[in-house]
Write a new protein. Structure first.
Length: 133
């Protein structure tokens, strides 16, 4: 299943490698920059969500709830969820962007690993093998 994601990343990396004049180090740098730009919206969303959560947890309402229900964990959780809804913050909103980034990062790791064959010249043979399969 991971092959579905790895092969396009390998082909993209090899395309960059050939396009810039067969400099593998520069190809990895450009590939990384392109991926960071592609994942930037997810990163931005995650940072905004984390900032909202931090602001909410430092608010007076949050502190009052913590003090009032410190001995009743169930009621504390209910009140915290109410406050989340009231302030428009989802406690799980930073999880999805992280998950999506991991779905991209793991295949990138494997694609770079597989592309790093014993010599850079073998990449051309690897590319022809991937394209023909």
């Amino acid at each position: 299943m991971l092959e579905i994601l790895i092969v396009p990343f390998i082909n993209a990396l090899l395309f960059i490698y050939e396009f810039i004049g067969e400099n593998f180090g520069l190809a990895i740098i450009i590939f990384t920059i392109v991926l960071r730009l592609a994942t930037f919206p997810f990163t931005k969303k995650q940072l905004e969500s984390s900032q909202k959560m931090q602001e909410m947890q430092q608010s007076k309402e949050w502190q009052k709830i913590q003090k009032k229900y410190k001995n009743d964990k169930e009621k504390l959780a209910q009140e915290q969820m109410s406050l989340y809804k009231e302030m428009g913050v989802s406690p799980f909103s930073s999880c999805l962007p992280s998950f999506l980034q991991m779905v991209i990062i793991i295949p990138v790791f494997f694609s770079v690993s597989r592309t790093l064959v014993s010599t850079p010249l073998q990449m051309l043979q690897l590319r022809s093998d991937l394209i023909s399969s």
